[in-house]
Design a protein around this ligand. Structure first.
Ligand code: BTN
Length: 227
């Protein structure tokens, strides 16, 4: 049965991810969505801050419970839905940069996705998409684009990906991942930096990088496309 979304709107909230995760721990059903005009403590990957002026961008989180599937696939489904919405509503084509960025053709970031798990099957997947405003060096859809229209398109596409099933999501993520086949510089959380060729993304969402000496499996880290 297609998932129905229960959308809750907030003028201001600390973080839609924090709210959805708290609801998940209290037993909320899959499909709960929080969308905010403004976040006072928006979070990005690796403890970074995610900021946008009030009312400018799409800030939303959806609760998924991908039973039996890797949490990475929940992130992948939302990233693909964000890509679809950017294209159908904003006319902006983008690819997925490992692990969680939507980037336009020249590499500028349009959106970031943050997936957090409760360790018991719930995944809160948040996406921040630059709609009317972008930080320096990033891309946005454009001022005339309505956030609500982007949200509706994203949820509609997400429903389609969830219906298509996790193997289809995994395939589509690989196809859309503009990191695969590129030379990359990887910075791990312990500070180690190395370069290699991004060969593939495995079923757990880890990036496989061929260096001059071996194949490295990267679960968490920052990647820069080089050359
Ligand atoms: C990243 O690129 O580092 C991920 C950014 C994710 C930001 C979104 S905005 C909505 C949701 N709530 C948060 O606090 N973070 C995510």
């Amino acid at each position: 049965m297609p998932l129905s979304f229960d959308v809750r709107r907030f003028e201001s909230i600390d973080s839609t991810n924090t709210w959805v995760m708290a609801e998940a721990r209290a037993g909320a059903a899959e499909g709960l969505v929080a969308v905010a005009d403004h976040q006072t403590a928006g979070r990005g990957r690796l403890g970074r801050v995610w900021e946008a002026p009030p009312g400018a961008n799409l800030l939303m989180t959806v609760l998924l419970r991908p039973s039996g599937a890797e949490p990475h696939l929940a992130l992948a489904a939302v990233a693909l839905a964000g890509r679809d919405a950017a294209s159908s509503v904003g006319g902006v084509s983008c690819g997925l940069k490992w692990p969680n960025d939507l980037v336009v053709d020249d590499g500028r970031k349009l959106a970031g996705v943050l997936a957090e798990t409760d360790g018991a099957g719930a995944v809160a997947v948040g996406i921040g998409m630059n709609v009317g405003w972008a930080p320096e060096g990033a891309a946005c859809l454009g001022e005339g684009v309505e956030r609500d229209v982007v949200l509706a398109a994203l949820l509609s596409s997400l429903g389609g990906w969830l219906d298509a099933g996790w193997p289809a999501v995994a395939r589509a993520y690989r196809e859309a991942c503009v990191t695969v086949g590129r030379r990359v510089r990887v910075e791990l959380v312990d500070g180690e930096v190395f370069e290699g060729m991004a060969a593939d993304v495995d079923d757990a969402g880890r990036l496989l990088v061929e260096t001059s000496v071996c194949l490295r499996t990267v679960a968490v880290g920052d990647v820069t496309h080089v050359r």
